[in-house]
Write a protein that binds this ligand. Sequence first.
Ligand code: B12
Length: 381
Amino acid sequence: MELLPLLVQEAKAAGFPVAGAIDLDLALQDPEARFALHLDRYDQWIEAGYAGKMEYLVRGRDRRADPRLVFPQTQSLFCVALPYPAQTAGAPSPDQGARYARYLQGPDYHEQIAQRLEAVMQSVQAQWIKPESAPDLHWKVCVDTSAILERTWASLAGLGWIGKNTLLIHPQLGSYLFLAEVLINQRTGQGPQPLPSFCGNCTRCLGACPTQALIEPGTLDSNHCIAYWTLEKRGALEITEDKKAKIKNWIAGCDLCQEACPFNFKAGRAAEQTPQLETTAGDNATLLHHWLGLLRETQNDYRTRIKTSALNRVKPAQFSRNLAMALTNALPSLYSAYEIQSEPEYQEIVTLIQQRFEQETDEIARLEWKNCAESMQKIRS
Ligand code: B12
């Protein structure tokens, strides 16, 4: 079998429903210069300061411009997408509990996907009858953290289009997708074959972003993005109290621009993975237990909980800061909705907030706990 159908066949067998390839020389010599257009956009984005403090995006610019700087033998990129659960993660009540972005559910996808793709390539290697003159198959698997323009290559390989929320959208599977690539030392014969955008006149994602981080269709200013604040930004957020309030109950990541997307409306899609973060539907008691569980968690508990999860990129001090902010935002509704002032569990929340403030050693997180304790005082007085 030819290399490309074999790659796609093995990827599908390994659970990647969407896969496609693109040859590097055909992308670089494309008469329509589509890769060059993407790279221009990247350069303009960095130049405008939209990367915030993500210095690695500046440092890795040249590697992004040429995958051969990531894997010298690269002749083609084999791109895959893997759906993650569409169900909400974290809060027993999405309005009042702490919410995580959906992609953080389950075990750390970086390792899982890399292992699966390695197995795909081993299997391809075993089955591929290579032309006589061709060298042996060599490859490098990249998942998220390599300096590769993942959405660019996935879109040029025909996996979907880049939506107004800047994410790759597949016409049937939507955008709740992980992207990954295998850089391969063989050509596949495939040139750029992007799908047209089906976003049409829709701008729901832009309207759904409470911080107006999507400054125009297809352009995200990270400096205003809740996902950036909660996942990437360590230390002080350097944003106004008004903006902090807009984070509401997002504790790690944010899915609002994806939740608004009609291509993600198909309920129940791809919920095959077992979520590992709490996702139980809840009553008042469950909600209180949810917050209590988070408040009682020590740094060591947190480290253990995130060891095998993608949340491990959110360090304990950062998580503590995020938790304090989310709880501060949730306090008024938590207080008034249930009139739980007298409940012992509620009293415990009050005590635990004070303790977190007193015991927190990270200066920034401590300030947020102080703010949380003061907000609680105000509500009760
Ligand atoms: C840095 C980063 C972030 C930053 C910046 C996000 C951003 N939009 O760039 C922050 C921390 C904010 C972030 C957040 C999220 N991220 Co992120 N992130 C990345 C990372 C590491 C690099 C992205 C990058 O290069 N940005 C640079 C700028 C320039 O990108 P851009 O503005 O979209 O423009 C590029 C293309 O889209 C294209 N383009 C865009 N519009 C147009 C229009 C035309 C006409 C043309 C020609 C080209 C073009 O040109 C540019 C060059 O590539 C990638 C992994 C990777 N290695 O690629 C994951 C990645 C993009 N993130 C991912 C995810 C899941 C998320 C979140 C959903 C997580 C969450 N729930 O909280 C949010 C979504 C927020 C959002 N709307 O973007 C997935 C997206 C999967 C998908 N379906 O597309 C990726 C691919 C990781 C992965 N391997 O799965 N992320």
